[in-house]
Design a protein around this ligand. Structure first.
Ligand code: FAD
Length: 640
């Protein structure tokens, strides 16, 4: 019989990035016995890799900034498809979450007068990103971990046990959410090192598992990001929102091949970096879309002046939202004006007043990354960059205030949750999102637990089923190699559901995914020599992750086929315009059909109308660019 450990908690948080840690801290502060579960080492999450900073309208560098401006920028960046309530909560609460982080020990860069420094980033009207050089995510995680240790020390003083109310399960992967009837009763997973199975009994589970990038071939994401949280939510009966919106960051490394996709932070452009084509032209001036025409400089001279005098000049178009820049790079490469390795040039050479020393000081990680990985000295030579799959805006449908998903007891925060960023996320809005909604998810889960009459039970049958599912790849002999299937899945998604999409290719992708589904069902692995054959077995781990990537890919491809417009991170070659009618539509994915072989089913759900006071924050002329006639406030004349 397979040995299974059981542990009991009030709240189980799956994921130890910024959202997971902030949720767990909150649950523990609410007195809940909490577990943090992390697929990789504690401290290694995408949040650590976040370079640019956390967006919060503190107004430290430009006093004109406030939550209303941040809200407007976020809605514009998301092309008005955002959950406006999430965007409102985020803009209002982000400054408080940054100051709280500082109170817990975070050391942000300072302005000359000693305030937290804030830097420019694409789509943000004012300098808004609180940062620590280009290592902001690392500081966020370091601070949250320090807070966790402090709480564990308090628990030790009170209970004689550091882990009495907050325990970290590093290198432990969850493969199933467990349900008692219609509500959550825990989670099932394995410890990577030993392969041992663990049941986490808990009435509330917070998903904070991050993104889906590993479903694509060229990505800034690392190995853990296989859409687990998205797939776990679907399988538990929850819904996903607007999965067609995948952000291709404009600047990933393109050379050498072994590092293709690794991120080149937007801070490079925020700190005066410019994009050039093979003819040496700053091409972004040719790609300012109509909706942003009045907000961006039309000449390089004006764009350059903006860095020192933002009140009297417009920002350079290199700082347009990411979707715009990624599409522009794609077009330049397609037109034959790309760099030798299929990207374009990004350069900071001679762009900073303090010369090479300032480049190294402001962009230490980028300087190091290019020197080590590509033998390029960015103080002397341009970087070669191109789009890379970076972030998923689509995610678990949640209540904006409590982060509750559609299944009782399930909560989601951070990248795995949908809605906040609409069709395109602004850089820097993720780190603040993690803090704002991580806290809300921890609070929501705690309040849910407090309101329960009785804890749900964990029925043996569902544990048996989860165990059988996890062991299945060992039971099949001579089946498919998980690495080969993964490579094909990634190529399919990159080539057919990538940055520019069209109906015919999306249909081909769905056919390919159907064939891959049959192959995933046949994936097999051999036992290794230790721990019942399951100790540190990457092939087995991938075999289990494949199911998640497949489900998520199906959700992205189906939603991409359904949405017949171009908006944010979803560009349809055959429907190049943004449609006001489609803005009213959220595409919702759920699982349907045979429970043993379910498919993603899509429904259209109306977007709740924006509150009048929030609509009032925009110029009426701007609203007309996004909304249908009937959505416009009564005193606004509809476009002809
Ligand atoms: P993550 O930090 O991604 O953490 C997810 C956690 O879930 C990990 O601990 C992982 O191990 C765990 N996990 C996943 N699946 C399972 C499972 N099945 N079982 C158990 N655990 C699981 N955003 C910004 O705002 N500013 C930036 O400057 C910025 N720069 C970035 C740079 C890079 C290179 C990348 C990749 C992203 C960047 N982003 C940035 C985006 C941002 O970092 C992420 O969106 C954000 O950190 C996601 O945080 P999260 O807490 O939702 O999840």
């Amino acid at each position: 019989m397979t040995e299974i450990e059981r542990h009991s908690y009030d709240v189980v948080v799956i994921g130890a990035g910024g959202a997971g840690l902030r949720a767990a801290i909150e649950a523990r502060l609410q007195g809940k016995k909490t577990a943090i579960i992390s697929k990789s080492l504690f401290g290694k999450a995408h949040t650590v890799m976040a370079e640019g900073g956390a967006a919060a309208a503190m107004g430290n560098v430009n006093a004109n900034d406030n939550w209303q401006v941040h809200f407007r920028d976020t809605m514009r960046g998301g092309k008005f498809l955002n959950s406006w309530r999430m965007a409102e909560l985020h803009a209002k609460e982000a400054p408080e979450r940054i100051w709280e982080l500082e109170l817990w020990g975070a050391l942000f860069d300072r302005t000359k007068d000693g305030k937290i420094s804030q830097r420019n980033f694409g789509g943000h009207e004012y300098p808004r990103l609180a940062h620590v050089g280009d290592r902001t995510g690392l500081e966020l995680i370091r601070t949250a971990q320090q807070k966790i240790v402090a709480l564990q020390q308090e628990d030790h003083a009170e209970h004689g046990d550091y882990e009495a109310r907050l325990k970290v399960w590093a290198e432990t992967t969850i493969t199933r959410l467990l349900k008692d009837g219609d509500r959550i009763c825990g989670a099932f997973g394995y410890v990577r090192e030993t392969g041992k199975f663990v049941v986490f009994e808990a009435p509330a589970v917070v998903l904070a598992t991050g993104g889906i990038g590993k479903a694509f071939k060229v990505t800034s994401n690392s190995w853990e990001y296989t859409g687990d949280g998205h797939a776990l939510a679907l399988q538990a009966g929850a819904t996903l929102l607007n999965m067609e919106f995948v952000q291709f960051h404009p600047t990933g490394m393109v050379w050498p091949p072994s590092v293709k996709g690794i991120l080149v932070t937007e801070s490079v452009r925020g700190d005066r970096g410019v994009l050039k084509n093979s003819e040496g032209k700053r091409f972004m001036f040719d790609y300012i879309p109509e909706v942003f025409k009045d907000k961006y400089a039309t000449t390089p001279e004006e764009g350059d002046r903006w860095y020192d005098d933002p009140d009297n000049n417009r920002r350079p178009p290199e700082l347009l939202p990411r979707d715009e820049v990624a599409r522009a790079i794609n077009s330049e490469v397609k037109a034959g004006r790309g760099s030798p390795h299929g990207g374009v040039f990004l350069t900071v050479v001679d762009r900073m007043p303090g010369g090479a020393a300032e480049i190294v000081r402001r962009l230490p990680s980028m300087h190091h990354q290019f020197k080590e990985l590509a033998d390029v000295d960015i103080t002397k030579e341009p970087m070669e960059v191109g789009p890379t799959c970076h972030y998923v805006m689509g995610g678990v449908e949640v209540d904006p205030d409590t982060a509750a998903a559609k299944v009782p007891g399930l909560f989601a925060a951070g990248e795995v949750a949908g809605g906040m960023h609409g069709s395109n996320r602004l850089g820097g809005n993720s780190l603040s999102d993690l803090l704002v909604f991580g806290r809300r998810a921890g609070l929501g889960a705690s309040e849910y637990v407090d309101a329960l009459d009785a804890r749900p039970a964990v029925p043996d049958e569902i544990v048996d089923a989860a165990t059988a599912e996890a062991l299945a790849p060992f039971e099949r002999e001579g089946g498919e190699n998980p690495y080969a299937v993964h490579a094909e899945l990634q190529t399919t998604m990159n080539e057919l559901v990538g940055i520019i999409r069209k109906e015919e290719e999306l249909r081909q992708a769905l056919e390919a995914l159907q064939k891959l589904r049959e192959r995933v069902a046949r994936v097999s692995v051999e036992p290794v020599a230790v721990n019942d054959g399951r100790g540190y077995h990457p092939g087995w781990h991938l075999a289990l992750d494949l199911r998640n990537m497949l489900l998520v890919s199906e959700a992205v491809a189906k939603a991409a086929l359904e949405r017949q417009e171009s908006r944010g991170g979803h560009t349809r070659d055959d429907y190049p315009q943004m449609s006001a009618e489609w803005r009213k539509v959220n595409l919702v994915c759920r699982l349907a059909g045979d429970p043993d072989d379910p498919h993603v089913e899509l429904t259209r759900q109306p977007m709740p109308p924006m509150r009048a006071d929030l609509l009032g924050l925009f110029e009426t002329d701007e609203l007309k660019k996004y909304l249908t006639a009937e959505e416009l406030p009564a005193d606004v004349v509809a476009p002809g």
